[in-house]
Design a protein around this ligand. Structure first.
Ligand code: ZN
Length: 324
């Protein structure tokens, strides 16, 4: 079969050497210990006459990008060693499957060595048709070096080959994916001491516990007054007006069904007690200490749960409230 003309530019890349990808860290004992822990091997195996060496299969580990995509250390190449694959994609060879990988170890690497690797586009096969589709086998070889004052040393190689192809039978998206089940909010634990609060919320009332002995308001609810130790209590209905006494903005973990970032305030009620609640109707970066807020009651979990939440009061309304 005659070669596609568009393959000429791609084939011209065969043999190209791409620049260095450097390592963030030197070969180090903590990383070796953690890798061994994950793999279930004894790191002591790799300490030879008091010298820490890395398990050979860790070769790739030292030059990995880290937690964030494409986060390579300064001095690393900005070239894309996979450009041939990108160019094939532009001609409809969208699929890829890894075919084989061969690691070759030159010598052990020791604690304190700093590695880097370079990549060579080693080979592109003639066009092939397989059960998966039609495309090309592409072979890349990464060579790992240890930086040495007397000249960098080749310590190992990784060859990997992929089949880059146009799928014979493109995978069709599933007809009707089931609708994801919406995550529910966790329900509060309700006891005889706290039931009034949640029943109040259901009725659209913010109820605060009041000691019948000394009149002290307390929240969260409890059986005994911390002031006079009386067990007798009733409740008052708070106005729901208050100010942000303190707050946090939760960024992680992002747990459904909560919004993220998630602003949560310690609200000082005008009655003088404080409670913790989620803020709504405010950008997380706009929350301020002392900001006037007003309670509202919102329903969750298909009516199963009603929560008091607080919304910032517009400045004008706040002024009106003070005047009233
Ligand atoms: Zn009391």
């Amino acid at each position: 079969m005659a070669e596609h003309e568009w393959m000429n530019d791609i084939r011209a890349l065969v043999g190209k050497e791409y620049g260095r990808v450097r390592a963030w860290d030197q070969v180090n004992a903590p990383m070796i210990r953690q890798w061994c822990e994950v793999m279930g091997v004894d790191p002591a195996r790799y300490t030879v006459q008091g010298e820490v060496t890395a398990p050979p299969a860790m070769l790739q580990v030292w030059c990995m990008e880290g937690f964030h995509l494409n986060n390579y250390p300064p001095g690393s190449t900005t070239e894309n060693p996979y450009e041939a694959l990108k160019m094939m994609e532009a001609h409809g060879l969208a699929s890829v499957v890894a075919v084989n990988s061969e690691l070759t170890f030159g010598r052990d690497v020791r604690e304190g060595e700093r590695l880097y690797y370079t990549t060579r586009l080693d080979a592109i096969s003639p066009e092939k048709t397989t059960a998966l589709g039609t495309g090309y086998f592409v072979t890349l070889v990464m060579t790992f070096f240890s930086e040495q004052p007397g000249g960098d040393e080749d310590v190992g190689q990784l060859l990997f080959r992929v089949f880059k192809f146009r799928a014979a039978n493109p995978v069709k998206p599933a007809a009707a994916a089931p609708a994801p089940v919406a995550a529910k909010r966790p329900l509060p634990g309700i006891s005889d001491d706290t039931r009034f609060f949640w029943e109040g919320a259901r009725a659209g009332k913010l109820l605060i516990q009041r000691c019948q002995g000394c009149g002290l308001l307390r929240h969260p609810p409890g059986p005994v007054c911390p002031g006079c130790h009386s067990f007798e209590w009733d409740t008052v209905q708070a106005s729901g007006r208050g100010t942000v006494y303190s707050f946090v903005v939760m960024h992680y973990p992002e747990v459904p069904p909560f919004d993220h970032p998630n602003p949560i305030a310690l609200v000082e009620l005008e009655e003088g007690t404080r409670l913790i609640a989620q803020l709504v109707g405010v950008q997380p970066g706009q929350v301020r200490i002392g900001q006037a807020v007003q309670v509202e009651f919102n329903t969750f979990n298909d009516g199963e749960l009603v929560l008091p939440q607080f919304r910032p009061v517009a400045a004008a309304q706040a002024a009106q409230g003070v005047a009233a």
